[in-house]
Unconditional design. Structure first.
Length: 365
């Protein structure tokens, strides 16, 4: 008789705040100790801006080779910092995090996978759950439990922090239209679901307790203004001297859920409803049974992580399918492969036509 397989479960919810705090405290203490060493190997922002003493003979991998840091390298580092800050002028959204991970990917050692962290997020990380939320300083800080890829058997999951910066604005907007008033029933009333959509599309900050974020991306997040955790002032001169990429695979899986995950939408809506009843106070935790059930669903059928370009392609394909349905009658339904659909969309764009119009002209005698 076959043994019934136990469905995947979330990590333990009870005690997760203490576990996360301990991990962050260890990270902070290690960083403080490294910065106080007499022969510190950390290149601080002040060093990059002109305070570096060449006698320290620090090492960099700028240009692809491990070598001693030269003074002209500092100008490159300053330019890289300016590029990151120019790329993210007003803040960053969940969709932008995914897009930047695609267009400015940081390759792993050896160059595989080619898509860097985004490819890893798609193939290795399948479960990301919001486990608690706390309203603080005008924002909503959410703590996420994300499955680990198995590189370290001792680590079963990582924690990601996401701070929704527009929480206060959306809550005030909701409070201006009480849910039990006649106004709330009006067609143009602002509802919790609308507030959730605004939060998903709005600016945020994030942090992850994994080593990839700590050594490769925390500095990028710090100078970009989207760090939800400890601010890093040490330039990643060895691991990420060109400041490529933006987020680790764990954060990217979380960003997908922020953009369009149903469970997350319900989680945020419950937090908003609590805030409406308590004068803005929120300290919300996901129940273990709910987390286990969602973990099983995500593990069974991982949701695709889509860039804005992917979403645009999906939209064009849907338009194409609708155009085919309303095209001239045919004795046999027309079926186009995705490759043919993309080809038709490309041809339509080159002619300055919408895909639906291109299909209409194609089928008109």
């Amino acid at each position: 008789m076959a043994t019934k397989r136990t469905p995947p479960r979330a990590g333990k919810i009870r005690g997760h705040v203490t576990e996360l705090r301990n991990r962050l405290d260890r990270d902070r203490l290690q960083r403080e100790a490294a910065g106080k060493e007499p022969q510190s190997r950390i290149l601080e922002i002040g060093d990059v801006r002109g305070g570096y003493d060449a006698n320290r003979a620090l090492i960099t991998t700028l240009g692809g080779q491990r070598r001693t840091l030269a003074m002209p390298d500092l100008a490159r580092f300053r330019a890289n910092m300016a590029t990151v800050q120019a790329r993210i002028r007003k803040g960053i959204t969940a969709q932008q995090v995914i897009d930047l991970a695609s267009t400015h990917a940081l390759p792993y050692s050896g160059g595989k996978p080619a898509g860097g962290d985004l490819s890893k997020a798609k193939t290795e990380i399948h479960v990301a759950l919001p486990v608690s939320a706390l309203a603080m300083n005008g924002g909503l800080e959410t703590r996420w439990q994300v499955d680990a890829s198995g590189d370290d058997p001792k680590i079963k999951h990582h924690y990601v922090l996401v701070r929704f910066l527009e929480w206060g604005d959306q809550l005030r907007h909701l409070q201006a239209t009480p849910l039990d008033s006649q106004e709330a029933k009006a067609e143009k009333a602002f509802t919790p679901k609308q507030a959730v959509r605004a939060l998903r599309a709005g600016y945020l900050q994030f942090d992850c307790d994994c080593g990839r974020h700590r050594y490769y991306f925390r500095f990028v997040a710090s100078i970009g203004g989207f760090a939800a955790g400890r601010i890093e002032s040490g330039y990643p001169k060895i691991r990420n001297p060109d400041l490529q990429g933006v987020a680790c695979k764990h954060v990217l899986r979380v960003m997908r859920e922020v953009v369009s995950g149903l469970f997350v939408g319900n989680f945020l809506e419950r937090a908003l409803n609590k805030a409406m009843l308590t004068g803005g106070r929120v300290n919300h935790t996901t129940q273990q049974a709910d987390a286990d059930a969602q973990a099983a669903r995500l593990a069974k059928r991982p949701a695709p992580i889509k860039t804005s370009a992917d979403r645009k392609d999906d939209s064009e394909r849907r338009k194409l399918v609708r155009a085919m349905k309303f095209a001239a009658p045919r004795t046999k339904p027309m079926v186009l492969s995705k490759a043919k659909q993309r080809q038709l969309i490309s041809i339509a764009e080159s002619l300055g036509l919408a895909p639906a119009e291109a299909m209409r002209r194609l089928l008109t005698p």
